[in-house]
Design a protein around this ligand. Structure first.
Ligand SMILES: N[C@@H](CCC(=O)N[C@@H](CS)C(=O)NCC(=O)O)C(=O)O
Length: 214
């Protein structure tokens, strides 16, 4: 079955890039240049009217939302153990994926683009400050969960890939995350994984191609 991942550099579409790579799945990537609004074209909006990445096209069927995409990958490549085998632990993992997507991601989006949530003149600074406070509350929860352990569960799962993005994005906004020592250790551990190295090399390649085409 053909798999096509719609992806943008730095965006949360890196999560399925990492987990598909971990699963050894053959997949094609279609990189989108947000600066050129390639996610707003009529063709892309037909695929995803929410104009977001990731989209994983499975055969003919586009699947959106990281949580659903991660569950699909885990189900179709069970040998990669992208979710815990125990049914209750599996639900806890899905709960953490949902937390990354709906409990952490929105604060990162606000920091990235304050006018999308408040267009009052001079509001940017407050939007960023409040979003950072709430983001850090969540980083603290993750930091406590990661205390004394390598991964969120007893082996690498899709949750590690999703949280990796959530933490990386914060570092890209130059937030001082030094207090979250367990998250930093997890972030460094993630960067050692061949799947993440491959992703980072690919991201660089795409960014270079976009810069050359500008
Ligand atoms: N709930 C979605 C969020 C996806 C999302 O917000 N993606 C951002 C990039 S990180 C995006 O594509 N933004 C473009 C836009 O909103 O126009 C998921 O978890 O897959």
């Amino acid at each position: 079955m053909q798999l096509i991942l719609y992806y943008a550099p730095n965006a949360c579409s890196l999560v399925p890039y990492v987990t598909l790579t971990e699963a050894g799945a053959p997949f094609e990537v279609h990189p989108l240049n947000f600066r050129k609004s390639q996610h707003m074209t009529p063709e892309y909006l037909r695929l995803n009217p929410k104009h977001k990445v990731p989209v994983l096209v499975i055969g003919e069927e586009p699947l959106t939302e990281n949580v659903a995409i991660q569950i699909w990958i885990a189900r179709h490549f069970p040998e990669a153990k992208l979710l815990p085998a125990d049914p209750m632990q599996e639900l806890h993992a899905i709960s953490l994926l949902a937390w990354c997507a709906s409990g952490i991601h929105p604060f990162l989006s606000r920091i990235n683009s304050p006018p999308r949530v408040c267009d009052l003149p001079g509001a940017e600074e407050s939007v960023r400050r409040l979003a950072q406070q709430q983001l850090f509350e969540n980083y603290q929860i993750a930091d406590d969960k990661l205390a004394g352990r390598e991964w969120f569960f007893d082996h690498f799962t899709a949750v590690d890939a999703h949280f990796f993005w959530c933490f990386r994005r914060g570092t890209q906004f130059n937030l001082d995350v030094s207090q979250f020592r367990n998250c930093i250790a997890h972030f460094e551990r993630m960067q050692q994984r061949p799947s993440v190295r491959k992703l980072l090399a690919y991201e660089q390649e795409v960014q270079t191609a976009f810069a050359q085409a500008a």
